[in-house]
Design a binder for this molecule. Sequence first.
Ligand SMILES: [Zn+2]
Length: 396
Amino acid sequence: MQLKTIFNRVTNYKPFVVDHVELTEDNLLRPTIEITMRARENGLPTCSGCGERCSGYDTQPTARRFDFVPLWMIAVVLVYTMRRVNCGTCGVKVERVPWAEGKSPLTTEYQWFLAGWARRMSWKEVATSFSVSWDHVYNSVKHAVSWGLSRRELDGIESIGVDEVQWKKGHKYQTIAYQIDAGCKRLLWIGPDRTAKTLLRFFRFLGKQRSQTLQFVCSDMWQAYLKVIAKKVPHALHILDRFHVMQKMSKALDEVRAAEVKQLKADGYEPVLAGSRWLLLKRPENLSEKQAVKLDKLLQYNLKSVRSHLMKEDFQRFWTYTYPAWAGKFLDAWCVRAMRSKIEPMKKMAKTLRNKRELLLNWFRANGEMSSGVVEGFNNKLKLITRKSYGFRTQK
Ligand SMILES: [Zn+2]
């Protein structure tokens, strides 16, 4: 059987046909299957502006390449020289092809393929596994989401989570909003950056009426989000989720440790903190036996890192309370201890927690009323981001 036969079987790109298939190498000498497409004789091109068939204007000087789903781990590329049309409505425009949208260098098939994997693995893992850029994965997910948006039932959403994902290294962010109701968890929206404007755009997309039905909004402590949520959904219970609070605490602890390592070295002490990063950051129950012994030894030193670690572990108790009032008492006492510690990053953490006291206590106010699905949503937040559905309501 020929490759061409298989390709024609899995695609339907009429009125385009496969001209020829070639096994070549890319510039890194990796094998690549190139499938060169051509328009059928007399087949009029379609205007990318209005979708009407028009007469041809000219042909672009160079061919475009579109990544298709790899076969036997070999990259598959569609090669096609785009034509331009002379459209009565839109003027001179590039033609529309059935395998890709706009300027995307990925075929729609490949985007769905990547977006499908992005539900099971982190975006970064997908990028690595299929040797594509992070942007390609991101754009594929975005494509899947916007495809879903036009076919999606958005009424009756009660709980949403707002989160940020960092785009590459550096400081490019994307804001993600997802539904975290018990029976329906899905990605609702993605937008560039993490400013107040970004989130305002989400609420505009959701609409005033649907925002009214929201009962729970879950987010991290990012100020821009807090502001917009307070303004747009003042009636909903706004909850700072455990995952992000503890993540912030870990960052503070890491800061303490890094500074102390430097200090000890400068003062000529033995490097007791060498290799201690995970010992201090991991939950004790997640440490191996060897690591636990090492941590025990480390705890004998009266180091700032050790004290910060103990403070962080102590704070875990906060989440075990049932009543907001008792949790509040614990929080206040913890903050007093942190302020007295004379450890700057921990003091800063305490100030933040004091500042967000009411939002933190909403966690307990919500506990009784919220469906278990939402609570589960908080705990599995990281996993949830990538395990959402695109578009259809799914039963759990
Ligand atoms: Zn047109």
